[in-house]
Design a protein around this ligand. Structure first.
Ligand SMILES: Nc1nc2c(ncn2[C@@H]2O[C@H](COP(=O)(O)OP(=O)(O)O)[C@@H](O)[C@H]2O)c(=O)[nH]1
Ligand SMILES: [Mg+2]
Length: 404
């Protein structure tokens, strides 16, 4: 990304982050991730940009280098447009390789979508023009023109596609680019946009390892929306481009963002302030602990929540995590008298035995909880630092959930 864009971006993230409340159930790092995510999504266009289907027929022109996925995408788009109620015609304007026409015709047969080609004609401009006339005559309401690409940008290719565009005046000129080409994609996008004034970008091969940083760079250099992404060779693998999902992918942060959103929904500022006061006065007791657990539980199913933490989702996929991960802790706390909850220091050996019997959880579990709680309070006292403490609590609670 260029320096100016990057600088503006970080300034915006900074400004937003400085004014934020840190919630009890998420860490400042997670909150920052969320802010960064939202700004990234904004940078990539905020909303998903649709395709312009006005015009009868709607004409869409494909452009891009060879191998970027133009022909594949043409088929996917025809399929997509048909689902939107149009009657599409695919047009083979890649006249340099007979195999290219075969490829499009195969796709057409597979999808049961008509393909227009002129094998004896090697002028893409007249083929495209003829195809539009053919579409009008035969009641096709959308025309998708697949073109030839070169391995690198060259003047002959640019000139040819510019002439095709002029001849058919499409509603949409799409630039198709392989997400795996990284920064090269930016230069190519710029070259095509300078020459063709494209309407949108299609980022293909996102089913691979590419994180999608190209989406950011392209957007900041050509300022044209990314409209679709390709996530496979199958004809169904066409997705509308959603800036927010792409931002998540670029950050590689699993679903931290939705985790934060849920926490923000559940967050009760007044409660949090009271909690902070108690901690400051070293009055954090089991009732408060119970309340915290309640807050976490409100956020949703334990396994779902854990799955949103980057790296954890996969690891716990096949592990059975009961939804009532806190059940034991809750049972023990509920067996305590109000005095014990307020002042855990009085919970001696005989009281512990009573709690174990009362909760039906066994003395080891009671001891474990007492120990954890004790450590937690020690930590709070020691640090007197609100943020660090919140982290600790969060970690403890997560640990507790994972172990059970
Ligand atoms: N994995 C994956 N492969 C793709 C995708 N789009 C296209 N391809 C493959 O990339 C290769 C080149 O695609 P093609 O449509 O022929 O590119 P063109 O030269 O621009 O017409 C083919 O093998 C396609 O199957 C995609 O989104 N994901
Ligand atoms: Mg092709």
């Amino acid at each position: 990304m260029n320096y100016k864009t990057a600088k503006e971006f970080t300034d915006r993230v900074k400004a937003k982050a400085l004014g934020q409340n840190v919630l009890t159930s998420i860490s400042p790092g997670q909150l920052l991730t969320k802010i960064t995510h939202d700004e990234l999504a904004e940078l990539m266009g905020g909303q998903a940009a649709g395709i312009n289907m006005s015009g009868n027929p709607t004409v869409v022109l494909m452009s891009g280098l060879q191998g970027s996925g133009k022909t594949t995408f043409s088929g996917k788009l025809a399929n997509y447009i048909r689902r939107k109620g149009k009657r599409p015609l695919l047009v083979a304007c890649d006249v340099y390789r007979p195999a290219a026409i075969d490829q499009l015709e195969t796709l057409g047969r597979q999808l049961d979508i008509a393909v227009y080609s002129e094998r004896a004609n090697n002028d893409p401009v007249s083929i495209a023009r003829n195809a539009i006339a053919f579409a009008r005559q035969h009641g096709f309401t959308a025309v998708i023109v697949d073109t030839a690409g070169r391995l690198a940008i060259d003047e002959a290719m640019m000139d040819e596609i510019a002439r095709v565009k002029k001849a058919i005046d499409p509603q949409e000129t799409l630039f198709v680019v392989d997400a795996m080409t990284g920064q090269d994609a930016v230069n190519t996008a710029k070259a095509f946009n300078d020459r063709l004034n494209i309407d949108g970008v299609v980022l293909t091969k996102l089913d691979g390892d590419a994180r999608g940083g190209a989406a950011l760079s392209i957007r900041s250099v050509v300022d044209k929306p990314i409209k679709f992404i390709g996530t496979g060779e199958k004809m169904e693998a066409l997705d509308e481009f959603h800036p927010d999902r792409m931002a998540g992918r670029i950050l590689g942060m699993g679903d931290v963002v939705s985790l934060v959103e849920r926490a923000q929904e559940q967050f009760d500022e007044k409660q949090a302030r009271e909690l902070n006061k108690k901690i400051a006065k070293d009055q954090f007791g089991f009732d408060d602990f119970l309340e915290q657990i309640g807050q976490i539980k409100k956020m949703g199913n334990m396994k779902d929540l854990m799955g949103m933490i980057p790296g954890v989702g996969k690891a716990i996929k096949n592990i059975d995590i009961p939804d009532d991960a806190f059940k034991g802790i809750e049972a023990i706390i509920q067996s305590m008298t109000p005095e014990e909850r307020r002042n855990p220091a009085i919970i001696n050996g005989s009281r512990r035995n009573r709690l174990a019997r009362g909760s039906g959880r066994g003395i080891e579990e009671v001891n474990k909880l007492m120990k954890q709680f004790d450590e937690m309070r020690k930590m709070m006292r020691m640090m007197g630092d609100k943020n660090k403490m919140r982290n600790m609590m969060r970690q403890m609670q997560q640990m507790q959930g994972a172990r059970r």
